[in-house]
Design a protein around this ligand. Structure first.
Ligand code: CP
Length: 303
């Protein structure tokens, strides 16, 4: 079994995975040796802090081993992706891959003889959203019946949030004046709309007013953030998106809402600095829960 998108999991499997993550967080000692002798290859074509740390520490804490593979320092950079993947899967019990293109992830999944986990591509970030749902359940005690407002660019996080929330029974409203074309998944949106739990809005104030959670994410994908060739596009997006910044003014109609961001944060862009450390910001718990949910994902797929 692979975890390439949350489409790979039923609603029950999503909810079970969240509960299992919380169980593992509460009793880590019970799982200390549960992946003893297992190895995970972690392929990174892009930068990462949380994804690398969470999977690497998760393997260590469960008695297994992980191998960090920088795309550029391996022969992935010059050989056929399917050939290299088939070879890699002969050494390890699982592959976690962060790649630029979802198509490449599908090639990896097609060639691998062991489970493949999507560590984020331009369309989906399922592992992040499992951690997010774990954090919401931990803080609110439930998932069903809650309302989440996502304010930002329609991107990979937005796609996986739509999938995750609708599967977990959370109503999600997205306010996304800009759509990252590379992330478009018409089928995902159609499926989400059919649940009655997904709505798209242009009214940011109304979306925030009666929600339980406000979630935002970067306006520019990590691979482009420091790219001089992307400067003009970045400036265009900043100009368009600044009125949608998550800040005190936006939240004054709903000061109780939990604040979420999957990180890395770009202070002063998608979120104002003062919001990040206020009491109802759960951003750092969300980050820590990447570890506990990575353990649950690994145990489910490799255990
Ligand atoms: N949220 C997230 O995936 O963080 P990294 O990009 O640092 O892995």
């Amino acid at each position: 079994m692979h975890l390439l998108t949350l489409k790979d999991l039923s609603s029950k499997e999503v909810v079970d995975l969240i509960d299992f993550s919380l169980k593992m967080k509460k009793s880590p000692a019970d799982y200390e040796f549960s992946l003893e002798g297992k190895s995970l290859a972690m392929i990174f074509q892009k930068t990462s802090t949380r994804t690398r740390l969470s999977f690497e520490v998760a393997m260590t804490q469960m008695g297994g081993h992980s191998i960090y593979m920088d795309w550029r320092s391996t022969n992935l950079v010059l050989a056929d992706l399917g050939d290299e993947t088939r070879s890699i899967s002969g050494y390890v019990d699982g592959i976690m891959a962060r790649v630029l293109k979802n198509n490449d992830l599908n090639v990896i999944a097609g060639a691998s003889t062991v489970p493949v986990i999507n560590g984020c591509d331009e369309k989906y970030h399922p592992c992040q959203i499992v951690a997010d749902l774990v954090t919401i359940k931990e803080k609110k005690g439930r998932l069903k019946g809650l309302k989440l407002a996502y304010i930002g660019v329609h991107n990979n996080i937005c796609n996986s949030l739509i999938e995750g929330c609708t599967k977990a029974g959370i109503k999600i409203v997205t306010v996304t004046p800009f759509v990252n074309e590379a992330s478009v998944d018409v089928e995902l949106v159609k499926t989400a709309k059919s649940t009655g739990l997904y709505e798209k809005s242009i009214d940011v104030k109304a979306a925030v007013e009666d929600c339980d959670i406000v979630y935002t994410d970067t306006w520019v994908d990590m691979e482009f953030f420091l790219d001089p060739q992307f400067k003009k596009e970045k400036e265009k997006r900043v100009k368009m998106m600044l009125p949608y910044q998550v800040n005190k003014e936006l939240l004054k109609g709903n000061t109780d809402a939990l604040i979420m961001h999957d990180m890395p944060i770009h202070r002063g862009y998608e979120i104002s600095a003062d919001i990040i450390d206020q009491p109802n910001s759960i951003i750092y718990t969300q980050s820590e829960n990447r570890l506990h949910s990575a353990k649950a994902i690994l145990k489910k797929l490799l255990g």
